[in-house]
Design a protein around this ligand. Structure first.
Ligand SMILES: NC(=O)C1=CN([C@@H]2O[C@H](COP(=O)(O)OP(=O)(O)OC[C@H]3O[C@@H](n4cnc5c(N)ncnc54)[C@H](O)[C@@H]3O)[C@@H](O)[C@H]2O)C=CC1
Ligand SMILES: C[N+](C)(C)CC(=O)CC(=O)[O-]
Length: 472
């Protein structure tokens, strides 16, 4: 993916959402300038950043970019001067957003993307009266912004196509999924659903049909699981049986006129409703702090997205594709650094540390990286040649915990004909302590005969060259 040299973003409004944007940009290697008049903003953002630093790298099985620098600015003009991308995340008030856009456009580059996190305002409403209306687009994210990839990108008729395209590229570069919303509409696409579900849920609580906890159960044990992997229409297509969507519609279409919904009404928003909902929510989750709930949510989201990665589906497929962009060729150092990554939460076991089976995966991944480096890559394997592991001897030397960053150094001890012997050392990134070692013996094979055979000359030469360099 082509990247511009200017990789500095400004975040205007550093609350729940602005903090999430700041963390995602910085962890994806962008320098971030933050403007927020709240004297508590720096402390609040450092809490969000700590959560993001723990969670986001766990999604990736590839080296993360070097973290960008985050700076706080008391002068808005200074924060937006010279940046490539600005994300406005001030409170959802149109008059405030207009005021802030005017201040930003007085000081920011004309070709910077100026995106708004607004949950509901249309771009035309935001662009109204602006100095350069076309510069303003909506990029509506989802909480937590550092983990959830969706950003609804809404330029409206007034949005400049070049700005929209730059926004799309930058959002993809930071691992997001920019969903282009072609026609502007209040609350875009996703918040229309959320609002519909929210209204129905408020009714159910108000009418005493269900508690907040029962409603959450109805979602998390059932359709919530389906939505994360297939969404609504694919799910219902399957629910139509072999005849698919047509049968589903025949069966459930008439329900549209049945009294299955109260969507046309809004429960009256008053103190009684607030007390009822907030009270039930306290009963349900008040035993945990918001930070504890955030950590639980992040762990679950990481585990779910990693499961989707295993299937190459939905958000998991997006992360796999992004990893391809992040993964560069290995540097020809001695020893070779074959792996740089973070221990994901789903790799830990009942003892609270990385399970022994995962060390095998780490060293197997390290060997695969080395194979790619010597030319035994996907094309080589597709053409019928590969290496099989014949023996692995792992020593577990220190505990490895979830969210710890580590790297693997690999040496070629022997590279002669069909024989390849590797020595891997897995080290903690923070203090270089050796966590585990692996002595691994591999044989070159023909995938046609499933028997050992010499490698092709270019691979044999590369392996011999590394063996000579690593024994020096
Ligand atoms: N909270 C959510 O679930 C989501 C919110 N959004 C949208 O993101 C935007 C921000 O919402 P939150 O982060 O939830 O609100 P928030 O209240 O957590 O944060 C807003 C921040 O803006 C700061 N602020 C106020 N006036 C400012 C100014 N003139 N210049 C710079 N900063 C200023 C405040 O000090 C505060 O830190 C809204 O437009 C909202 O609709 C979008 C997606 C989800
Ligand atoms: C409630 N909300 C409208 C602010 C929600 C959003 O805009 C998106 C989200 O993260 O749910």
């Amino acid at each position: 993916m082509a990247q511009s040299d200017n990789r500095t973003a400004a975040i205007v409004g550093g609350g729940v959402i602005g903090g999430g944007w700041a963390a995602r940009f910085a962890l994806m290697g962008w320098d971030v300038r933050i403007f927020d008049p709240d004297p508590e903003a720096e402390r609040k953002i450092s809490e969000v950043l700590a959560g993001a630093e723990r969670a986001l790298p766990m999604l990736y099985d590839a080296p993360m970019p070097t973290r960008g620098q985050i700076t706080f600015h008391s002068d808005l003009a200074e924060a937006v001067n010279g940046v490539a991308y600005i994300q406005e995340s001030v409170p959802e008030r149109l008059d405030l957003k207009h005021k802030v856009f005017a201040q930003i456009q007085d000081a920011c580059p004309e070709d910077a993307v100026l995106a708004s996190s607004t949950s509901g305002f249309k771009p035309s409403e935001l662009q109204d009266g602006a100095l350069r209306p076309g510069q303003i687009v909506v990029a509506h994210p989802f909480n937590p912004v550092y983990l959830l990839p969706l950003a609804e990108l809404v330029p409206g008729e007034g949005g400049d196509p070049a700005t929209t395209e730059r926004a799309r590229q930058i959002l993809r570069e930071i691992g997001m999924y920019p969903l282009h919303v072609r026609a502007e509409i209040d609350a875009h696409i996703a918040d229309r659903f959320l609002e519909a579900v929210w209204r129905e849920a408020l009714w159910l609580v108000k009418d005493g049909i269900a508690t907040t906890e029962e409603i959450d159960d109805a979602i998390r044990y059932g359709f919530g699981l389906r939505w994360a992997q297939m969404g609504l229409f694919e799910t219902y297509r399957i629910a139509g049986g072999e005849a698919g969507m047509k049968h589903f519609l025949e069966q459930f279409g008439p329900c549209l006129t049945w009294p299955w919904t109260k969507l046309m009404d809004v429960p009256e928003y008053n103190d009684a409703l607030v007390d009822l909902i907030a009270g039930q929510s306290d009963d349900q989750s008040g035993h945990m702090s918001i930070r504890e709930l955030e950590r639980l949510r992040d762990n679950n989201l990481v585990a779910m997205m990693r499961a989707l990665k295993g299937q190459g589906a939905a958000a998991g497929k997006l992360i796999l594709d992004h990893e391809t962009d992040l993964r560069g060729p290995l540097q020809d150092d001695v020893p070779l650094v074959t792996i740089r990554r973070t221990v994901p939460v789903d790799w830990t076991d009942v003892n609270g540390h990385m399970n022994e089976g995962r060390y095998g995966q780490v060293f197997s991944d390290a060997s695969e990286e080395l194979m790619t480096h010597v030319g035994a890559d996907r094309d080589y394997i597709a053409a019928g040649n590969s290496y099989f592991t014949a023996e692995t001897n792992i020593k577990y030397l220190a505990e490895t915990l979830a969210a710890e960053s580590f790297y693997v150094e690999t040496r070629v001890l022997l590279g002669e004909g069909k024989k390849l012997r590797l020595w891997h050392e897995m080290k903690r990134a923070s203090d270089d302590e050796i966590l585990a070692t692996c002595d691994q013996f591999l044989l070159h094979v023909s995938l046609e005969t499933r028997k050992s055979c010499p490698p092709l000359p270019h691979v044999a030469e590369a392996v011999e060259r590394l063996a000579a360099a690593h024994s020096a």
